[in-house]
Design a protein around this ligand. Sequence first.
Ligand code: FES
Length: 163
Amino acid sequence: MSKGDEDKVKRRDVISKLGTGAVGAAFGLPVLMSVRSLVPNALYESPRRFKAGRPEEFPDGPTFVPEQRVFIFREGKTFYCISATCTHLGCTVQLVRLGRTAADQTIEFHCPCHGSKFRGDGTNYAGPAPRPLDYFKLELAPDDGQLVVDMSQTADKGWRFTV
Ligand code: FES
């Protein structure tokens, strides 16, 4: 075999291997991507149910839980929970105390993003928020008696939980 023939054979081998690799990639990548699509992406959301603490640990009035963005209210033995997530685009609303005396506990929630305002019961009255703040159900954990906030269940505005 002459030197020219050997070069042609080598070139043919290289082209053949490149072709095989290209065909493998053309069929293999979609298969790999299909298999990958079956594995769910990790979600880094806060849990929908969480323990907030024992009822006696809450002072009367509102307590903000920043990790889950909720306000838990205590009125004696009665509790309720209002979401701090603005119903416009999801910013965290801030509690504003309007009362000028210790006896006047009037509050509102104001959203710093686009100016929505909510009354103390969560009712929207100004700005672009389309609806009131959500209420979430509460219950007691059977194992340790802590208040459990269930953010997967909304409640009516008048819903209360008594311990
Ligand atoms: S996110 Fe609250 S007003 Fe827009």
